[in-house]
Design a protein around this ligand. Structure first.
Ligand code: PLP
Length: 500
């Protein structure tokens, strides 16, 4: 494909993409192909000779699109959204055009510098404390990772090494210190709540440390409370184990609960103060962190100057296409201490001068994408005010949905929410006690299966405190009030049939 052919193919592709977005609502939201459908449609071997773009493009609609679930459809209400916007798509296009591995500053100075600048802009726009700024008082700063899971694994490794370094700093002999580190490593425990995303458990597995879940309770709204955390830390220490890391969640996956940040800060100030078995606190705000763009949510960050790191996926709710997980640390030296490697091939005067950031030392992969470009395009195209409007629109739509659910107490009951545009609800049941729980779980599951099978809307389900519940999260860019009315109508009609 030469540049002339590329121009023609790109124009035709853009036309195709625009048409896809303009008509997305007409498509069945969730794919209903059978497993293995694609193998039957594609040849056994790769083509020996190149094919014309027009032929490849034809196969996209005929063979690939039927196997897509349409995440940008206003009828997609499942999990958390995966945001999309045209400015971010343009960012992706330029990023891939300038493609490079960009591991060090000198690889493309603009890639590093734009990332640092947009992350400082966003830290201020989210109301994060100044310690997270690259220019702040504690050597803080931000970096873009692909996903929250990657962010959590990375900070957990930094936390592990910081803890072990501090715990063995009194040992002068290097070999003795290495031995002490190896022994202590086997005692380390990473913590999260029972409602924390599985990313923390996975990060613990990767880092070779234990994971323990702090219980959460319905009466606390499924938030991790400081008192429960304190109890677990004391119990672990009594067994000779060493908790060193905690994921606190702002917006849990099941119900969008916000952990008790005040209680966590005060219990850890007492049980794990700096220099005395300090526990690194990472706040995972993968989805709900987007709401901090609105001043009315920024009080949620009031304890963050006592914590160590924070992440929000701009690709979930802030109009930046996948992937883009923004991560801030209070002291970047903990990342570079844990992750920096020096190789002869990487030596250059800029790195040696200490005046530049080499983001390879802030992440697990070596090479990195130019993700800040799409963030820059989105922030400039919408402005902070535009992003606030986007978030508030969805919060309003969820309030409308929850009001509709409450308007039919004969059919439904809210389990939690609306919180950050997520409403979790179940079917109303008639019995008493255990048998009622079983009956209601069965009815809610029957409703869920019926609606998803029908394919007009796509939701996800969960189980909280033994209750089977349905999640409604209308936070995709194209969803409007009339869609939410339709979602409710579909659910109510199906519930009437299930409850007959
Ligand atoms: N944390 C929370 C609270 C989530 O809800 C999710 C996914 O929905 C994740 C982490 C994992 O996200 P990622 O796919 O970016 O790793």
């Amino acid at each position: 494909m030469d540049s002339k052919q590329f121009r023609e193919a790109a124009i035709s592709s853009i036309d195709d993409i625009v048409k896809y977005y303009d008509t997305i609502e007409e498509r069945r939201v969730v794919s209903n192909v059978e497993p293995g459908y694609l193998r039957k449609l594609l040849p056994e071997e790769a083509p020996q000779n190149g094919e014309a773009w027009a032929d490849i493009q034809k196969d996209l609609e005929a063979k690939i699109v039927p196997g897509l679930t349409h995440w940008q459809s206003p009828n997609f209400l499942a999990w958390f959204p995966s945001s999309s916007s045209f400015p971010a798509m343009l960012g992706e296009m330029y990023s891939t055009a300038f493609t490079g591995a960009a591991f060090n500053w000198i690889c493309s100075p603009a890639v590093t510098e734009l990332e640092t600048i947009v992350l400082d802009w966003l830290a201020k726009a989210f109301g994060l404390p100044p310690c997270y700024l690259s220019t702040g008082p504690t050597n803080g700063g931000g970096v873009i990772h692909g996903t929250a899971s990657e962010a959590i694994a990375t900070v957990l490794v930094a936390a592990r090494d910081k803890y072990l370094r501090e715990a063995t700093s009194h040992i002068a002999d290097e070999e003795e210190r290495e031995d002490a580190i190896a022994i202590r490593r086997s005692k380390l425990v990473a913590l999260g709540s029972a409602a924390t995303h599985s990313a923390t458990k996975k990060a613990a597995q990767i880092a070779g440390v234990r994971f323990r879940a702090v219980p959460v309770h319905a009466e606390d709204g499924y938030r991790m409370m400081g008192s429960e955390l304190g109890r677990v830390v004391r119990e672990l220490r009594a067994k000779g184990l060493e908790p060193f890391y905690l994921t606190a969640t702002l917006g849990t996956t099941d119900t969008c609960a916000v952990d008790d940040m005040d209680g966590i800060a005060s219990v850890l100030a007492e049980l794990a103060p700096p220099g005395k078995g300090e526990i690194w606190v990472h706040v995972d705000a993968a989805y709900a962190g987007a709401a901090l763009i609105c001043p009315e949510y920024q009080h949620l960050a009031r304890q963050f100057d006592k914590f160590h790191s924070y992440n929000t996926n701009l690709h979930k709710w802030l109009l930046v296409n996948f992937d883009c997980s923004t991560v801030w640390v209070r002291d970047r030296r903990h990342l570079t201490d844990a992750l920096s490697v020096s190789l002869a091939i990487l030596k250059n005067q800029h790195t040696d001068s200490g005046l530049v950031t080499d983001y390879r030392d802030w992440q697990i992969p070596f090479g990195r994408r130019f993700r800040s470009l799409k963030v820059w395009f989105v922030v400039r195209s919408y402005g902070i005010e535009g992003l606030r409007k986007h978030v508030r629109k969805h919060i309003g739509l969820a309030e409308t949905f929850a009001a509709l659910v409450k308007s039919r107490p004969d059919l439904f009951e809210i389990v939690t929410g609306p919180r950050f545009a997520l409403t979790v609800f179940k079917v109303k049941g008639k019995g008493e006690g255990e048998s009622k729980l079983e009956e209601v779980n069965g009815l809610t599951k029957a409703l869920y299966d019926r609606v998803v099978e029908e394919g007009r809307i796509f939701l996800s389900s969960t189980v909280v405190g033994g209750v089977f519940a349905i999640r409604h999260n209308p936070a995709t860019p194209l969803v409007e009030e009339h869609h939410v009315q339709k979602h409710f109508q579909i659910l109510a009609e199906a519930a009437e049939k299930v409850l007959l």
